[in-house]
Design a binder for this molecule. Structure first.
Ligand code: NI
Ligand code: MN
Length: 225
């Protein structure tokens, strides 16, 4: 079973049988993170969109680990121009990698790099590894096509933002959970900054009232799925 570890905000490590993936590795400048980029070992770095709190330390981690960046085409090109291997994709497209399959989904948000470069459209990630499917929605509003994502995929674990202001708040994330019908949910993108100070236990409670399961991950906490 793949193991998911949380670094705060939307940053996670996914460890499978033979490969490790890091997602949205915002560590430097992340007030919640207790892990340094140099502590991470990963074969692939997946990025949902170009904002600094998601792109984070991606280039440095990819360089140090000789890892391949997987992201929408414009972000892949941005990283390639900074000397790392990258595989560009686009919304709705999937690709089989040595560790499994990645498909980019819609996300309703914006996307530009911290230095103002155009970074394509924001995306969510469907990652299938070792027979299990993880959905990292990226930063997004609630959208009805999450129902379609849920209908067409058996999602073992879904990571949803709950912090409000920049993304879905708790009530919209609960509706997203109903659309997706994943086996389990973990909230993300909260408490990092004052403006997104949501209570993750409220999300867990409201999700469980819908007959669905959710868990809060502590910083550097893990779960298998
Ligand atoms: Ni964002
Ligand atoms: Mn964000």
């Amino acid at each position: 079973m793949p193991k998911l570890t949380y670094f705060g905000h939307s940053a996670f490590l996914v460890e499978g049988k033979n490969h490790s993936l890091v997602i949205d590795p915002f560590l430097t400048g992340n007030p919640l993170a207790r892990t340094r980029p140099s502590d991470l070992r990963a074969d692939y770095v997946l990025i949902t969109h170009g904002h600094g709190d998601h792109l984070g330390d991606a280039v440095e981690i990819a360089q140090k680990n000789d890892a391949t960046v997987i992201a929408i085409y414009e972000i892949a090109s941005y990283c390639e121009a900074r000397g790392v291997k990258a595989h560009g994709m686009n919304i709705g497209g999937g690709h089989n990698f040595p560790f499994g399959r990645v498909k980019l989904t819609l996300a309703h948000h914006s996307s530009a790099s911290p230095d103002g470069a155009y970074m394509g459209e924001p995306a969510g990630l469907l990652i299938t590894m070792d027979g299990k499917t993880l959905y990292h929605s990226g930063d997004t509003a609630l959208f009805y096509d999450m129902k379609l994502i849920g209908e067409m995929n058996t999602i073992d674990l879904a990571l949803l933002p709950i912090g409000d202001n920049f993304t879905m708040g708790i009530d919209d994330a609960v509706k997203a959970a109903e659309f997706l019908q994943a086996k389990k949910y973990v909230p993300m993108h909260y408490k990092t900054f004052e403006v997104i100070a949501a209570n993750p236990n409220e999300f867990v409670e409201k999700v469980s009232r819908k007959g669905l399961r959710a868990a809060v991950l502590q910083i550097n906490g893990s779960l298998e799925y």
